[in-house]
Design a protein around this ligand. Structure first.
Ligand code: ATR
Length: 284
């Protein structure tokens, strides 16, 4: 009856984060705070998809009335393939972390890169126009942030990777987005020996407590060293950069800002992020 329908409506979360595993995702807590901050009536839950059942899980959620989803490991490429429309930034990233379900349409977006840029430019107060940026890594995490970084009009964006051919491939793919030729280049770690204004660690090395084989010379006291990973302790990359006198920042702000951008895409309102960031930091 109507009571059951009303009860269902009251408890149904129209937004979810889908992944596997998913129980430890911070996204539901982040979005609950954003909803409270912006006075939006919005529920957001975890949704575990079987490793071989991402598309089926999404379709079932849509059939139940789902309006949007964040997508995390290991489904960002499947979400990209599933979307019938992609934003330019999702297309460039080659991966989707935000889905919008609208009248039978599955729109794929990617907010990771703008999340990183917001954290660096707005939260850290570090302007990127005319700066020299060194991006470490050429996997999915690196690819996801290149377009938003180029949009800040740096003087240089150099991609260094252990497997140089992968960095060169990214340079070829992103050349079309460059305002001027020569901004984007690839090199080995050994060839990165000049100081950069910003060094971003987008390798997965920090996960294994490893350090990319990086020359100390890429850091100066004016450098911001940004690790896309975060944790209760500074990563080995941050420790190495700090030892050269660089400023350091981990990826917690990127996590919060990519969520804020997804919230904005879905709801049209931009939540405050400072309090959420501070709360998450205290919980690490
Ligand atoms: P992700 O989605 O996190 O980017 P990925 O696509 O597997 O994961 O890419 C991992 C990146 O981290 C790659 O750039 C990888 O270098 P290679 O392309 O040479 O494999 C890099 N990486 C992983 N471990 C590393 C290490 N110990 N030192 C340097 N780079 C490392």
């Amino acid at each position: 009856g109507a009571g059951v329908a009303a009860d269902f409506a009251a408890h149904f979360a129209a937004y979810v984060v889908i992944g596997n595993p998913i129980a430890h995702s911070k996204s539901p807590a982040i979005h609950a705070r954003f909803a409270a901050d912006t006075a939006q009536d919005m529920r957001y839950a975890h949704l575990l998809a079987p490793l071989d059942g991402f598309a089926a899980t999404v379709q079932k959620f849509i059939a139940q009335g789902g309006r949007g989803a964040n997508v995390t490991v290991p489904f960002k490429l499947e979400a990209y393939a599933l979307a019938n429309q992609l934003t330019t930034r999702a297309q460039a990233a080659g991966a989707v972390n935000t889905l919008i379900f609208d009248d039978g349409l599955i729109l794929g977006d990617n907010t990771d890169g703008v999340g990183l840029v917001s954290d660096i430019v707005r939260n850290a107060g570090f302007d990127l126009a005319g700066k020299k940026i060194l991006l470490l890594g050429a996997g999915g995490a690196a690819r996801g942030v290149i377009l938003p970084l180029l949009e800040q009009q740096p003087a240089q964006l150099t991609i260094a990777n252990r497997t140089v051919a992968k960095a060169e491939e990214l340079v070829q793919q992103f050349q079309q987005y460059c305002a001027q030729p020569g901004i984007l280049s690839a090199c080995s770690f050994a060839d990165a020996t000049q100081p950069f204004d910003l060094v971003i660690n987008a390798t997965s090395a920090s996960l294994q407590a490893q350090l990319p084989p990086l020359a100390a010379d890429v850091f100066s006291p004016a450098t911001l060293a940004y690790d896309m990973m975060y944790g209760s302790q500074p990563t080995v990359f941050m420790q190495f950069a700090a030892a050269q006198g660089a400023h350091v920042r981990d990826g917690l702000g990127m996590l919060v800002e990519q969520a804020a951008e997804a919230f904005f895409v879905w709801r049209g309102v931009r939540p405050h992020t400072d309090a959420v960031f501070t709360a998450l930091r205290a919980q690490l």
